[in-house]
Design a binder for this molecule. Sequence first.
Ligand SMILES: [Zn+2]
Ligand SMILES: [Zn+2]
Length: 117
Amino acid sequence: MTVPGTAHNLCDVRRNTSALRRHEQAERGHCVVCGTIGTSEHDFICADCGDPLGTMLYCTACGRRLALDPATADAFLRDNGYDLDNLSGVVMKVTRCSRCMADDETVDLSIYRLRFG
Ligand SMILES: [Zn+2]
Ligand SMILES: [Zn+2]
C-alpha cells in the first residue's frame, strides 16, 4: 500500500511546482515607462527608457523616446510644476509628445527616476 501512496505524493509535488512557476511569471515586474516585462518581480525602468546620466522622455502614444538636454528638460518640468534639483536618471512619461499631439489634447505627465544600488 505504501508504493501507490508515494507515487501519488510525487504527483502532487509536481503539480504544486508548476503552479508556483505560473504564479511567479504572473508576478513579473515590468518597466514602469514602456511596460516591457522584466526578469524579477520588481518593477523597474529598462535600459531603453532610462539614462543614468541624462533625462529621457517617452511618449506612450507613439512610442517615441527622446533624450532631452538639461535646459529643455528643466524648462519642460517647470512648465508642468516640477522643480527638480537633479535631472540625472529622470524619465518623463507623457501620453502625447510634440510629434503626435493634436491641438485640443492635454498631456498627462508622469515622472520617474532611476534608482541606483
Ligand atoms: Zn522601458
Ligand atoms: Zn508621441
